[in-house]
Every structure is written in C-alpha cells, then in structure tokens.
Design a protein around this ligand. Sequence first.
Ligand SMILES: NC(=O)c1ccc[n+]([C@@H]2O[C@H](COP(=O)([O-])OP(=O)(O)OC[C@H]3O[C@@H](n4cnc5c(N)ncnc54)[C@H](O)[C@@H]3O)[C@@H](O)[C@H]2O)c1
Length: 316
Amino acid sequence: MKKLGVAVIGTGFWGRNHARIYKELKETELLAVCDIDAEKAKTVAKQFDVTPYTSIGKMLKRKDIEAVSICTWSTSLAKEAIKALKAGKHVLVEKPMAANVNQAEKLLKTTDKEGLHIMVGFLMRFIPGLQHIKKAIETKTLGEIVCATSKRVSQWPERIGDVGVVKDTAIHDIDIMRHLFSEDPIAVYAKAGSMRHKKFEDYAQIMLTFEGGKCAFIESNWLTPYKTRILTVTGSSSIMKLDYITQELTIESMKETVQPRYPWQEPLKLELQHFANCVLGKEKPLITGLDGLKALMIAEAALKSSATGKVVKLKN
Ligand SMILES: NC(=O)c1ccc[n+]([C@@H]2O[C@H](COP(=O)([O-])OP(=O)(O)OC[C@H]3O[C@@H](n4cnc5c(N)ncnc54)[C@H](O)[C@@H]3O)[C@@H](O)[C@H]2O)c1
C-alpha cells in the first residue's frame, strides 16, 4: 500500500501527538518534523527517528513530503500553512486555522489557487458518540432539534496562548453547532470577559440562533477547577448527552434511558487517518477550509457582540 509522506510543523504539546499518530498509522510515513526551537525539533525527531528541521523552507523542498500538519502557535498557523501550500503540500492546519478572518480568507484563496487539500483540526467531529447524535438529527430519531448546549471549561491552561478562550476553545463548539444544525447561525449574542488574563478573554457565554428559532448555547472558560466537556442536544422526542472526555453517550426519552456503547477512540487518530485517506483519494473530506473560516467568523461576531452588548446578525 502506498503510504503518504508527512511532516509536522510545530513540535510543542500538540504537534508531538500529530507526530506520534503519523508514526502509528498504516496510511502515513512520518519523514520529518520542524520547529523554530531547535532543541524541541531535535528531541521529537529523535523520539520518532525522523529528520529535524528548524527551517520550514528547507524542509518543504523535500519531494517525498506530500502533506504536513501545522501545529504552531495560533497566530502563525495561517502564515505557515500558506508556505506549505505554495510548496505543493496538502495541509492539516490546527484550529483556529488563523488568528483572524482576514488571514483565514488569504489561506483559503491560496488553497483554491494551488488546488490542494486543506482540513482544519476540528477533531470533536470524529468522536463516535457525536456521529451518533448527528445521524439521529438527520434521521429525526431525536425528533425535531430544538436546542443544543455545550460546556467546555477547565483550569487556567499551562501554556499561555496567543488567542483568547473564544478562538482557542469555544471554536470547537461553534464548529460542532454548525455541523449538528447543518446550517449557519443567523445571529450571535455573547458575553465574554477576562478575570485572570491581561490580554484576552478567559470566559465566554455564546448564544447562536438558527432559522426557525432553534438555538445553541456555548459556555467556555479557563476558570473552572476541573475539566468538563459536555454536549446536550434536545430534540422533540429525546435528549442526547455526550461526555467528550469519556465519550459516553446517554439518550433519554419518555420511555427509557439508554447508553449505546462505543469503544473509546482517540479523536486525533481518527482525524489524521481521515486526512491521509482524503489526500490518498480514498475518502471525501468531512471538514473543509470553509468550515474553519465560518467558525472564525462566528467567533469574531461573538467577540463583537460582547464588546458592543448587541446581537450581531450574520450574513450567510
Ligand atoms: N485540535 C485540538 O484539540 C488542539 C489541542 C491542542 C492544541 N491545538 C492547537 O495546536 C497548536 C499548537 O498548540 P500547542 O499547545 O502544541 O502549543 P505549544 O506552544 O506547546 O507548541 C507550539 C510549537 O510551535 C513552535 N512554533 C511556533 N511558531 C513556529 C513556526 N513559525 N515554525 C515552526 N515552529 C513554530 C513553537 O516553538 C512550539 O514548539 C495551536 O494552534 C492550538 O490551538 C489544537
């Protein structure tokens, strides 16, 4: 079987996981890693027996590298992704894809021009329980969808990021709400603020409204002493709850409560396997660059709503 030659750019906490998984997958061959921090690049390269680089340009000249994961800081994701696309590489870019909508639009333009694959790291979509909920909405086994709420809260992160909690954390839930409702919200109202972070918001409550009065509520913060990541979807005939951490799914109806069992699976592994199979022409992309851009647009509208105290209407 032909393996896809891959490399990872940014070998911090998350990039190391990409490197490990590419090494494990039967579809991919990890060939190199790159980090501006030479020590990090060397350590990770040694761990996985591949070549370290500190210069992206030099690494991207390699013809055997066909696709890359971009796992640098959020504010440099788009810039590095554009370099990779211009060098002819398919790209898996971590969320939030870019620091802002302008950068994301430039990235999408380059992707179109180069005619290559781009996927954004919205790995929650690959959790089997989430896919069960999505199917139950589509087939109406849950009845008509009424609302969805999510809570993604935890302690202050160890690594101080370069974007706030909305673009770093709530962006996962913004993407999941678009995915579950199969449409874009028409308006956003949000309250966000900062209790501990000097530069960025560290808590946010976001309400998205969809056509016909359906709603989504997103709560996210870096101020809670324990880590919780849950989703509740209310339909006219049942309620579905997913714990993103344990991946337990609970379905409650008037008649019964059931817990369909899915074996726990590493979402990042499912995501990178799907990315490789898309590039190899075996699967159709579940996530596009446009999904990344739209999630960022909603995130920016939420921040604008919070700053102005007004509902922000979205043009779809
Ligand atoms: N999808 C998810 O659930 C998920 C989870 C964690 C992190 N992430 C994303 O992954 C990215 C990295 O997060 P992290 O926690 O690993 O951060 P980190 O600070 O641990 O690592 C970032 C690494 O990138 C390197 N770097 C920065 N700019 C670079 C450049 N231009 N070229 C090469 N290397 C560069 C840094 O030296 C560092 O080693 C972020 O965008 C974050 O949002 C996504």
